[in-house]
Design a protein around this ligand. Structure first.
Ligand code: PMP
Length: 390
């Protein structure tokens, strides 16, 4: 039967990782894969996480099953950091541990589809390339609209509002909580308020993807938009990833929070989330969530983690500032948030950067600023100039 399967395109970012590794040139620059890197180009295990892992190794006395909801204390400890103290204590809230932010997106989509078969989700483009496939695989009908003008490096906010004004009550609206992937362009506080009003007025259901909290303007600041929208919405979902802000990537650590209309509905949500978890992965992988829980339970480790995260965000901002200062045509980079910006550069330019200059970026023109060392800023600008990227 398998001969009936159509060949699937391979993930172009994974191919990029391989091509970069195979490139023998010493000065090559990797702006492709979306992970944090320090000034030495490493993606280290954070010291607070390492300390928590050491405690786990010493003290964990069983690896027996937990359950489809995963580590409940992890979900509860994380909630106020994500949602703020008030929403975290709401009887309308249900939460569950998931395999990364991807698992949270998938579970959230399946929950909505179970409650309302054929539900629609509105997705601003460009977006993380996995958004539409995951939401679709989760049973939602994806309607995309143009939300960013890459040539002008601006959020098309009016177009966004116009698109969402066509949404029907009960439609889902996917929003990036902060550090938009791939553009780094986030709504400002006033725009979040307009979005919150629109959501409330039209009865839309925000589904906020928060995968980079703390890597933009700060832990609290990066959650402000999300909280503005949650305060206004009757129902909402939050897909959360700890994989970037705790550096846990391959340990697949995340959570899904769902705000229901009332406590009774939240109970129904919680039981449905468990049932969906059970049929997808039975229970989420424990290690990363246990490490995060330990970090958050201990004041010294929590403070250390906050400090490390702030230093990572600081480095990303320093790279952004240096690029913008070096090249006025890249001034927009300094105003954007998080790991990514998306250059408006065509395919031939991207290929020439790879072949002639050893500069690797995604086929879309997305660059990971954390992949750049401060010492490489001049070389990157010269390479961009040489291929006519401006
Ligand atoms: N959402 C966005 C916007 C992302 O960029 C990513 C990771 N690239 C995810 C979700 C998924 O994160 P995780 O690795 O935790 O599944």
């Amino acid at each position: 039967m398998f001969e009936a399967l159509a060949e699937q395109p391979s993930d172009s970012l994974l191919a990029l990782i391989k091509a970069f590794a195979a490139d023998p040139r010493p000065g090559k620059i990797d702006l492709g894969v979306g992970v944090y890197r320090d000034e030495e180009g490493r993606t280290p295990v954070m010291a607070a996480v390492k300390a928590a892992e050491t405690i786990l190794l010493r003290e964990q006395d069983s690896k027996s099953y937990l359950g489809p909801e995963g580590d409940v204390a992890f979900v509860e400890r994380l909630a106020p950091i994500v949602l703020g103290a008030e929403q975290a204590a709401s009887p309308r809230l249900a939460g569950i541990q998931t395999p990364g932010g991807s698992g949270a997106l998938r579970l959230g989509a399946e929950l909505v589809a179970a409650a309302r078969p054929g539900a629609r989700v509105w997705l601003g483009m460009p977006s993380w390339p996995n958004h539409a496939p995951v939401l679709k695989a989760g049973g939602l009908v994806v309607t995309s609209y143009e939300a960013v003008d890459l040539a002008g490096q601006t959020l098309l906010f009016e177009a966004m509002i116009a698109a969402l004004s066509q949404a029907a009550a009960g439609d889902v609206v996917l929003l990036h909580g902060c550090c938009h992937n791939p553009t780094g362009i986030d709504p400002d506080a006033a725009q979040w308020r307009v979005l919150a009003d629109l959501v409330a007025r039209r009865g839309l259901v925000p589904f906020v993807d928060l995968a980079y909290q703390g890597l933009g303007r700060g832990l609290e600041e990066d959650a402000e938009g999300l909280r503005t929208v949650l305060a206004a919405a009757d129902e909402a979902l939050v897909a959360y990833s700890c994989d970037k802000n705790f550096g846990l990537y391959r340990d697949r650590t995340g959570a899904l929070y769902v705000l229901a209309r009332d406590a009774r509905a939240a109970g129904a949500v919680a039981s449905n989330l468990k049932a969906l978890s059970r049929v997808n992965w039975s229970m989420p992988p424990d290690h990363g969530a246990a490490a995060v829980r330990l970090v958050l339970e201990r004041d010294d480790l929590a403070a250390q983690w906050r400090g490390e995260l702030a230093a990572m965000a600081e480095r990303i901002r320093a790279v952004r500032t240096a690029l913008a200062a070096r090249e006025p045509r890249l001034a927009f980079v300094a105003a954007q948030n998080g790991l990514f910006s998306n250059l408006a550069i065509d395919r031939s330019g991207i290929e020439a950067l790879r072949a002639r200059h050893g500069v690797y970026m995604a086929d879309s023109g997305r660059i990971n600023l954390a992949g750049l060392r401060l010492a490489e800023v001049d070389r990157l600008v010269a390479a961009l100039d040489a291929v006519g990227a401006f």
